[in-house]
Ligand binder design. Structure first.
Ligand code: FES
Length: 154
């Protein structure tokens, strides 16, 4: 793992000897590093003397943990009911095409975008909806997607 361990060590030291810390500790590690790589999990396991399988089990069970690096921009496509019946699938397909996402990947090779599905974004009257970082786009049709993504190509 090519990284400065000092911040990671400081986080881990602040949890050492405490009980029930696995989830908050991993969240803080993820906040610091962006995601939990296998190397990071092994390092944490060694440092904290916790079985690596236990750490890996928690990290893979909870959806808030990311096991891969994420793109600079997070594209959330809503798959809630209102969006689903308003062609959220078509929007998702348009996103995959416009982002040229390789099969089975949700992050573009240039690390600019990560696509994820989410449940209701809370603005169903605008269905179908996507959110890019903190900006919401609604009443979409697939043809609008390339133009929207263009604004985030930086
Ligand atoms: S279902 Fe998509 S915003 Fe509510």
């Amino acid at each position: 793992m090519e990284q400065d361990y000092s911040k990671l060590n400081a986080i881990l030291n602040s949890y050492k000897g405490r009980k029930g810390i696995l989830i908050p500790m991993l969240q803080e590690v993820q906040n610091e590093l962006g995601y939990l790589s296998r190397d990071t999990m092994k390092y944490v396991a060694n440092f904290m003397q916790i079985p690596a399988a236990e750490i890996y089990g928690v990290a893979t069970f909870y959806s808030m943990f990311r096991l891969k690096p994420q793109g600079k921009h997070i594209v959330r496509v809503c798959k809630g009911t209102a969006c689903h019946v308003s062609d959220a699938d078509g929007i998702k397909t348009a996103l995959i095409e416009a982002l040229k996402l390789p099969d089975g990947e949700n992050t573009t090779p240039d690390m600019l975008f990560t696509l994820m599905e989410v449940a209701c974004l809370g603005c169903c009257s605008l269905a179908p909806v996507i959110m890019i970082d903190d900006t919401t786009f609604g009443k979409l049709v697939p043809e609008m997607i390339p133009g929207i993504l263009e604004k985030f190509h930086f």
